[in-house]
Design a protein around this ligand. Sequence first.
Ligand code: TYD
Ligand code: MG
Length: 488
Amino acid sequence: MSRRTLTYVCQNCGAASARWQGKCEACGEWNCLVEEGDGTSGVAGRPPAPGRSPRKGRRFALQPLTGENQEAPRLSSGVAELDRVTGGGFVRGSVLLMAGDPGIGKSTLLIQAAASLARLGHRAVYISGEEAVAQVRLRAERLGLGSAPVELAAETSVEDIVATLSEGSTPRLVIIDSIQTMWTDLVDSAPGTVTQVRGSAQALIRYAKNSGAAVILVGHVTKDGQIAGPRVVEHMVDAVLSFEGDGRHQFRILRAVKNRFGPTDEIGVFEMTGLGLRQVANPSELFLSERDLGSPGTAVFAGVEGTRPVLVEIQALVAPTTLGTPRRAVVGWDGSRLSMVLAVLQAHCGVNLGGHDVYLNVAGGLRIAEPAADLAAAAALVSSLTNAPLPADAVYFGEVSLSGAVRPVAQTAARLKEAQKLGFARAVLPEAARNETADPGLSLTTVSALVGLVSDIAARGEKTSRNQPAERFRNHSGDRRAREAQVA
Ligand code: TYD
Ligand code: MG
């Protein structure tokens, strides 16, 4: 008879090992290996105990793909930007993880959503494991939500919470702030540990599926950007929303990282104000609100986030280096994408930046993942290098390939329409995209190869450098003073 073998499974990352060890070799976590049945006898795991015959399987009916399907009933949160990211509102019985850095505004956003739901007559419960009821109340009052009939509690025991919520009418929305403070009796490790976070999340997910309430779990992100508890909760929940932002900016971006009921490429944009989070319906206006008009090294990129076009300024600074290895620093864009654009500039356009430090920044704290930003980034880089300001009324988009060609990108018409709406007069775009829109509404400059754009910008630079540089500088700072006066 074969001996029953055991496997030890890391409770943090799920790696299996043949013997018990103090530290998981895969993720480096300590004391997280737990004995589990082996997988050699099939998917179900454990072989039957000796002397007992295997259970005969129950037969179940198989269903066709088509059929009567209830459309997932959604509940609008009353916060349009949040609905956009979730794909139309909270789905009944679903569990959503809201992840973000401490202090980014998770509690603020969720109390606002709970209040707006409660005002529409739905039962909304807010359970805080971090703050006392009085603190949550104080914040709600400051946000002008004091009168909303949200039910509050400061509790951390999952069993107590489920028992309380199971009484009376089922809440439509339950907010657990945060999952790291919750603990369950079923697991005997300290709150905040991976096992506790996983156990508590499991219990709350079971509650959501059984009751039909939508549950939102708040999760803090660790220093290295992982959702703490590490990623254990991420695969258990239906949706993961990440709330991002830069402490220095008041803009906050809500992004779906995973969504079983909707798209994952939509973003929601908020602005943190003294009165809580304000929705930003037109992000382009916000991202372009503080443009440095007429200075070299800035290009406006016509991007698309999900279904919504977003115009954003890309800023570049190219300066002679004093270091052996020049610096390449990039904020809001992919560092390897920058290296690629620099390599194409060098190999195909004769622009050598080997002796220059390069800094690239996406204004407003937005993070761009689209390859369509290549052309705008290249334009900003060349503009900074040649000290030639780009036309202030132009937008740029297009993907640059390794051969130096400029490739078309999706949604040309939407990008052009947004640019026109915001008062731009021309667009620089890939040659192949010229015929995608019948009535662009703004003048189009097409480029088929990056080298064409580079020589255009360099020619502008020569023209401007013939003017007095000091004159130009005076004009520029004069502009700024005028603007400041206007603001004051
Ligand atoms: P909070 O929602 O408590 O963050 P989290 O739950 O993600 O940890 O928000 C904390 C920050 O938001 C805090 O630094 C102050 C700022 N804030 C405002 O600027 N205005 C406001 O109206 C509120 C409520 C918070
Ligand atoms: Mg909080």
